[in-house]
Design a protein around this ligand. Structure first.
Ligand code: NDP
Length: 346
């Protein structure tokens, strides 16, 4: 009998929760893919704010059992398909260029067995770096703009107005563009610097508010002739929450989707009535990619828009997998515009 050694992967692992210094390089054996998985050689792995929440265990919702390999998105090439999988029936074959972002965690790795239900084929004219940069933030911007209800329908409607916090960030700059693609009339972005203001405008923002020095709600009221906006997209959380509520018009929607500055406070239902029958939601991408059909809809919209030049994807920087701690520091420093990805070959 011959002994086949299991393939191994270079990974970045955490053995305790904490700052960026908790990452350690490790070599781990990769389990052979099951019938519903594919073994993927990951070329690029996306870095997202949620990785920082898991790293520090920001709240129970982000608690991962330790040791853990973090990373929720990536792009690479299929090396093998699971034993017993009906390869001839599969959407996928060995050598396919694929990307993923959704339920799977563990992309800070050179190789991983990933459920095929999470995989998406990358079109020929889209680079693996762009695919890794686009999936998680792109599908998030997609569901926020297309599937979160407003007073006039599902998703932001033609002629409506919105406020996008952190408009030069990864999700923010894509969300501005998708809101405009849908016909939003007035898109207001918040940013923390002049350079970021320029970037948000280049993405299509009609107005930019410097939220580090300006009163956001007052600026929004001024821009909208005293009315307020139809929807606020808030991934900043703690520091922006009150200004977000104050920026809405009656029946407006506050779509909370992240905690870049910390978790927002509790909401009092009567307060929502007093402020004009407001709506509030706190969303998660997983709930907007629950079926394969929905995942493919969002992913293919994003990939097609990017390949047709309708959606501009900006890679802020590429770090080596071994420099993941620096990548986290960069993201948390508020200094980036667009996406940070990891090149797993370095
Ligand atoms: P970004 O590239 O947008 O980086 C976060 C930005 O938030 C910063 O660049 C900064 O922009 C702003 N910010 C404001 N206050 C702080 C602070 N105290 N510390 C750090 N940053 C701050 O990151 P992502 O695009 O990866 O994520 C944006 C948000 O979206 C995150 O909250 C993330 O968790 C959330 N998210 C949620 C998903 C979901 O489905 N719920 C999925 C994907 C992302 P500026 O300098 O202009 O203030």
């Amino acid at each position: 009998s011959s002994v086949v050694s299991a393939p191994s992967a270079q990974v970045q692992i955490i053995r305790s929760y904490g700052g960026p210094e908790v990452f350690e390089p490790a070599t781990v054996a990769v389990a052979a893919p099951s019938a519903t998985e594919a073994l993927v050689a990951i070329k690029y792995s996306g870095v997202n704010f949620i990785d920082t929440y898991m790293r520090m265990c920001l709240a129970d919702a982000y608690k991962r059992p330790l040791p853990a390999v973090l990373g929720r998105e990536g792009a690479g090439v299929i090396v093998s398909l699971g034993d017993g999988s009906a390869v001839e029936d599969s959407e996928f074959k060995i050598g396919d260029r694929v990307c993923f972002a959704s339920a799977y965690t563990g992309s800070y790795a050179t190789l991983a067995s990933i459920p095929t239900s999470s995989l998406i084929k990358v079109p020929e004219n889209v680079g693996l770096d762009v695919a890794a940069a686009l999936m998680l933030q792109g599908m998030t911007a997609h569901y926020l703009a297309c599937s979160v209800p407003t007073s006039k329908g599902v998703g932001i409607q033609k002629g409506q107005s919105c406020l996008v916090h952190a408009g030069a960030g990864g999700v923010g700059r894509l969300l501005i563009q998708i809101a405009k693609l849908r016909g939003a009339e007035t898109v207001i972005a918040t940013v923390s610097s002049e350079e970021k203001a320029k970037e948000a405008r280049a993405c299509g923002a009609d107005h930019v508010v410097m939220y580090t020095v300006e009163d956001v709600a007052a600026a929004v009221k001024k821009i909208t002739g005293g009315k307020g906006v139809d929807v606020v997209y808030d991934g900043v959380g703690k520091t922006t929450f009150t200004g977000s509520l104050d920026s809405l018009r009656p029946r407006g929607m506050l779509a909370l989707y992240g905690n870049a500055s910390g978790t927002p406070p509790a909401v009092e239902p009567l307060e929502l009535m007093k402020r004009g029958s407001l709506m509030v939601t706190r969303t998660n991408l997983l709930h907007f990619t629950e079926t394969r059909e929905e995942l493919l809809w969002r992913a293919s919209d994003c990939l097609n828009w990017a390949s047709q030049g309708m959606l501009n994807v900006r890679i802020d920087s590429v770090f080596g997998l071994s420099q993941v701690a620096d990548a986290h520091r960069a993201l948390e420093s508020r200094g980036t515009m667009g996406k940070i990805i990891l090149d797993t070959s370095k």
